[in-house]
Every structure is written in structure tokens, then in C-alpha cells.
Ligand binder design. Structure first.
Ligand code: PFF
Length: 445
């Protein structure tokens, strides 16, 4: 049977941007910006995206398309009988680790979407909204039920395959997503008092910068672009030979960053306009935004719109995470796609239930001093993804034959490859050194 493939440039692009644009942009990015000093954090983030992440994205696509295999086998093909395939295994584990908390937030989103449709937000008073959120996330059953519903939707899409599932769904949803975030952004920046929020996003305060802020920016850049865990290796394995991988990576990074900025502009001005602290943390979009929606004309419409955006963004990212594991399991165990996806869904649900419960009844269970939920988040974004990224650049820059990398970069010599030297220099020297410095600094502290 021939391997499934994306239909062309636009098909791969919407799927990849769908993977990149997710809760990372709408939920994680705004609260990290709030907690880490605003514009200065954004500048460091942008530098990481451009200098480190973009070349890593190209490298992952090169590995995937060259081998046309899942992320573990890709390394086995390129480096037979070596330990390099460990990168792929760690990637699959990272996918589980992200799915374990991400799908829980997907469940919260469904809960809040339904609330916003039937108007059951507490009075527009921040402490009531806060306790509404806390009651929901700490309850033992309700968020798990929503998480399961969310998982099933994602699983059904992945079961339909690449072209007829992931691509088809992303083609419908992604343009709609961009349109909606623009509308929401315009609403937010035109609120009276919005300017303070805008200046928070554009005026850097470098006194807030320290190593953990830099690590958070690096981790967020990896997380937001879906890098370092073989997601783009997996998607790359379905990219037709004629597509330009550099162009694809660049457009993805640009769209994802644009979306993060739009999300920041949709959220922060509103937060400031209503005199709320931007350091609210993970509850920011669930507690603060309902309060804002309650106070603006047609707020209900905007509330529904916001949670629809959050839901779509979460789904298109979760399907990419599921695909990493699905490709591995179907190819390794020769299982049918539907069976593999069903099995993976059950396992993810078990871990997700644990992280959901860690908000409430299992609050006192800690792993390395963190709740189970926070542990999965920290482990994947701040450790596994940057480490995976580091290994990938070392692999492509130092282990793979340069001519092989060049061939794939230039589509077998048919593209000019003007940027190849810059790309190669970055993955050999700049990216590994930069990632290593951030890590070593963290360990020595
Ligand atoms: N990039 C996604 C987001 O920003 O929400 C999260 C993610 C998806 C990370 C897929 C990693 C991945 F492989």
C-alpha cells in the first residue's frame, strides 16, 4: 500500500500551521508574557524563533521527507544500528507528556464553550469567576468527561488519515481561525484603556530578564512551533517531493508568530483595560476573559468566538501529537490505523485523568515538587523539546552527510539553495551552542 501524503503546499502548510498554532499561542504565550515581563520576553522569544527554531524546523522536515517513516524509524534508516533512534523514542514520550496535560485544557475549553453558549458565567466579579474556574478544574469527574469528549473528536479525525483527515479538517478550520482572532483583536485594541496593554506588549523592560526567563522563552519557542519531538519529522514524511521545505518552514514560523502576536493583542489590552493583573497564570484566559466579555457590548458573541478559537486551535495541535504516536505504532506493530488510534486514546486518557485529578483530589501528589499537571508541562516544554531539538541539530549538522542534507534542502538540486550555507552554519554551530548554554546555565544555578 502506498503511503498517505499531503496533497500539496497549501495542504501541508495548513496542517503544520494547525499543529503550531494551539493552546501554546492562546493560553500559554499570553500568561508567560504576563509573568516574564512583557515585551522583553517577546523579543527573546522572537530571536529564538528566527535564529534557532527555523533551522530546526527545516532539519526535521529534511529527516522526515528523506526517510518517509515515523520518527523512530527515520533515525534507524539514516543511522542504522546506532543509538540515534533514541531521539525518536524520546519524541514519542514527549508527545504523551504533552497530550497528558494539553487534552485536559482542551476539556476545560469545551466546558467553557458550552457555558458561553448558554450564558452561565458567574456574575462579572473576578473572585466569583475565579471560584467558578477552580470548582470546575478541581472537580473529580466533570473535567475528565470533557477531556474524553475532546480526545474522541481528535481521535476520529486522525483515524481518517492524512489527506482525508488531518489535512481536510485543517483546510476548513485554519482560515476561519485566523479570521476570528483578527476580529477579536480589533475588538480588544479598541476598548477604552487598551493602550496600556499594547505598550506592555511592545515596551521591553530588560530588568525582568534572568536565566529562567530565557529558558521559558526557549521552551515556549519550541513548544509553539511543535519542535524537538519529531512532529515535523512525522508531517515531513508525508510532504510531496516537489515542495520547498525552507519556504514551508518559514511560512509556518511566520504564521505561528503572527498568530501569537494577534492572540497577545486580543488578550492583553483587554486585561489592562479592566485593570486585571497580567500575571494571572494559567487561569488567565478562563478567568479574566469571561469577566471582560461580561462587560462589553455583545460580549456573549465574543465569548463564544473566543472559546471556538481555542477549541479549534487545540484540536489541530492534538491531532499532530496523536499522529506522531500513531505513525510509530502503526508502522512498528503493523496495526490498523483505527486500532492504533483507539489504543493510544485510551492510554492518553489515563494520563490525562491523572493530571486533571492533580488539580483537585490529587493536589498533594507531587513529582519533583510539581503537581502532575505542571510536571508534564515543564518536562515536555522546558526539558524534552529543547533536548530533542539539540539532538536533532547535532544529528543533521554533524552526523548526516552534508551532501544528503543538501540534496533534500534543494529538492535534489532543483532549487537554488542560496540559504543553504547560512542554514548549515546555524545548525552546526549557533543552535547547539545556544541551546547548550541555556541548559548549562540552568543546571549550574
Ligand atoms: N504547538 C502547539 C501549541 O503551540 O499549542 C503544541 C504542540 C503541538 C507542541 C505539537 C508539540 C507538538 F508536537
Amino acid at each position: 500500500m502506498s503511503r498517505d501524503e499531503f496533497s500539496g503546499f497549501f495542504g501541508v502548510l495548513v496542517a503544520t500551521v494547525g499543529s503550531a498554532v494551539g493552546l501554546g499561542n492562546l493560553w500559554r504565550f499570553p500568561y508567560l508574557v504576563g509573568q516574564n515581563g512583557g515585551a522583553a520576553f517577546i523579543l527573546i522569544y522572537l530571536a529564538f524563533v528566527l535564529i534557532i527554531c527555523l533551522p530546526i524546523a527545516i532539519s526535521e522536515f529534511i529527516i522526515g521527507r528523506k526517510t518517509r517513516a515515523n520518527t523512530v524509524r527515520a533515525f534507524q534508516i539514516l543511522a542504522p544500528k546506532t543509538a540515534w533512534s533514541g531521539i525518536g523514542i524520546v519524541g514519542v514520550l514527549a508527545a504523551f507528556s504533552i497530550l497528558a496535560f494539553y487534552t485536559v485544557v482542551g476539556g476545560w475549553t469545551l466546558d467553557y464553550l458550552v457555558r458561553s453558549v448558554i450564558h452561565i458565567f458567574a456574575k462579572p466579579d473576578i473572585s466569583a469567576l475565579e471560584s467558578q474556574f477552580t470548582t470546575m478544574v478541581t472537580s473529580p469527574v466533570r473535567p475528565i468527561v470533557w477531556t474524553v469528549v475532546f480526545m474522541v473528536v481528535c481521535a476520529l479525525i486522525v483515524m481518517c488519515g492524512i489527506k482525508k483527515g488531518i489535512e481536510k479538517y485543517s483546510r476548513i478550520m485554519m482560515p476561519f481561525l485566523f479570521l476570528m482572532i483578527v476580529i477579536l483583536m480589533v475588538r480588544s485594541v479598541t476598548l477604552p484603556g487598551a493602550s496600556e496593554g499594547i505598550s506592555f506588549l511592545i515596551k521591553p523592560d530588560f530588568s525582568k530578564i534572568n536565566t529562567s526567563v530565557v529558558l521559558a522563552a526557549l521552551g515556549q519557542a519550541f513548544f509553539s512551533l511543535s519542535l524537538g519531538m519529531g512532529c515535523l519529522i512525522t508531517y515531513g514524511s508525508y510532504v510531496p517531493n516537489k515542495e520547498n521545505l525552507t519556504k514551508l518552514s518559514f511560512t509556518t514560523a511566520l504564521s505561528d508568530t503572527l498568530f501569537a502576536m494577534l492572540a497577545g493583542l486580543a488578550i492583553m489590552p483587554a486585561v489592562f483595560a479592566f485593570g486585571i493583573s497580567p500575571q494571572e497564570g494559567p487561569g488567565l484566559v478562563f478567568i479574566v476573559l469571561p469577566r471582560i466579555f461580561a462587560q462589553i457590548p455583545m460580549g456573549n458573541v465574543f465569548a463564544v468566538m473566543f472559546f471556538v478559537i481555542l477549541l479549534i486551535a487545540a484540536i489541530t495541535s492534538v491531532i499532530s501529537l496523536l499522529e506522531v504516536v500513531t505513525a510509530y505504532v502503526t508502522e512498528k506493530l503493523k496495526l490498523k490505523r483505527t486500532v492504533a488510534v483507539a489504543g493510544i486514546t485510551v492510554i492518553v486518557t489515563v494520563f490525562a485523568s491523572l493530571s486533571s485529578l492533580s488539580q483537585g483530589v490529587l493536589k498533594n501528589v507531587t513529582v519533583f515538587g510539581k503537581s502532575i499537571f505542571d510536571f508534564f508541562d515543564y518536562l515536555s516544554a522546558n526539558i524534552l523539546l529543547p533536548l530533542g531539538g539539540l539532538s536533532i541539530v547535532i544529528f543533521v549538522g554533524w552526523y548526516m552527510k552534508k551532501s544528503l542534507v543538501y540534496q533534500e534542502f534543494t529538492n535534489q538540486g532543483t532549487l537554488k539553495g542560496t540559504l543553504f550555507r547560512t542554514y548549515y552554519f546555524i545548525i552546526r554551530y549557533i543552535a547547539p551552542v545556544a541551546i547548550a548554554i541555556v541548559f548549562i546555565d540552568l543546571i549550574l544555578r
